[in-house]
Design a protein around this ligand. Structure first.
Ligand code: SF4
Length: 321
């Protein structure tokens, strides 16, 4: 087994809700609500769930792009949440983010060369010669040609723009990347090219990923382990095989029932989720999935289920088990 690189313990990220003339804090949105997990070096840990379940906030809280409310994040032996702003700025060369939308994440007034030089000038004290070499290296890594360096982002296709975003993320040679829905804004025909590029880069540069996605087909293809999130909490986690072959939580089962089977002869019963996700401002005291669960019992309304071991690395938070 690979060495542990990232450990997240009891992470909470709450946002205040302001109300009234004096903008007093009337409550908190529980965007990430007490989650813990570990990620080993050179592996991919996927965070999945519907939009608004807290997966992007989790990724950004780990990188401290959003400041978490409490918890502990240990990255490569360093207690990240205890770092000063300046120490965190230095650490960020090792911890990068790939954005969902390559259209809005690249400054349209900068050439590719300037976009790629920027992180090196922020994080390192390098000569222009060294910077030039590193820029050429990264263009090769992401499959862009060197004669495109003086072009602007609007002169590229969506897939090429995502290659530029990836190049910006890896140019400082980080160990760890949060990839936040990195292919969901792209045409289906381009998605597999970018996924394959991420897999290749992981191998070549020994990268560790947190891969955020709502697309379970993609997650199955790219990840070693998975956490399913619902209303800011983790409801099931395990190796990709454990989750896809034996999903236990009714929410995971519903998500997976919507994924087309690889075998066209195998018929699946689609579980249609009814009702709405409860408000994250006043999350239910019991199971957050109670109002939508076909198997709900009385206890589910009263008592919050905690993650329990189901064998191997598989854990689920459900009173059925
Ligand atoms: Fe359904 Fe109860 Fe399990 Fe929640 S704890 S998923 S309501 S069975």
């Amino acid at each position: 087994m690979n060495k542990l690189l990232l450990e997240v313990e009891n992470l909470k990220t709450y946002f205040p809700v302001k109300a009234g003339v004096f903008k007093k804090t009337a409550g908190y949105v529980h965007a990430v609500d007490d989650i813990s997990f570990k990620v080993n070096e050179q592996e991919t840990f996927a965070l999945v769930g519907e939009s608004g379940c807290g997966k992007s906030t989790t990724g950004r809280s780990i990188l401290r792009i959003i400041e978490p409310t409490s918890g502990k994040v240990t990255f490569d032996g360093v207690d990240v949440l205890k770092l000063s702003k300046e120490e965190m700025r230095k650490e960020r060369r090792n911890m990068q983010l790939i954005f969902q939308n390559p259209y809005s994440s690249l400054n349209p007034r900068m050439t590719v060369k300037k976009l790629l030089e920027e992180p090196l000038k922020t994080h390192f004290n390098m000569s222009q010669d060294e910077i030039n070499k590193q820029v050429l290296w990264v263009m090769d890594q992401v499959g862009l040609s060197r004669d495109q360096l003086e072009r602007y982002p609007h002169q590229f296709s969506g897939g090429q723009r995502q290659r530029i975003s990836i190049a910006r993320a890896i140019i400082s040679k980080p160990k760890f990347i949060v990839a936040d829905e990195p292919v969901s804004a792209l045409d289906v025909s381009i998605q597999s090219q970018i996924l394959n590029l991420l897999i290749e880069l992981q191998k070549n540069l020994k990268l560790t990923y947190i891969f955020i996605s709502h697309d379970l087909n993609i997650v199955r293809h790219i990840s070693n382990s998975v956490a399913v999130m619902y209303l800011g909490r983790m409801v099931e986690t395990g190796s990709t095989e454990e989750i896809f072959i034996r999903p236990l939580h009714p929410y995971t089962q519903a998500l997976l029932s919507a994924v087309p089977s690889k075998d066209p002869l195998q018929k699946k019963k689609r579980i249609i989720l009814k009702g709405d996700v409860p408000s994250p401002v006043n999350p239910p005291v019991g199971c957050a999935f109670y109002a939508r669960c076909e198997k709900a019992m009385d206890i589910c309304k009263e008592k919050r289920p905690m993650l329990e071991n189901m064998g191997g690395t598989h854990q689920t938070a459900c009173h059925l088990y």
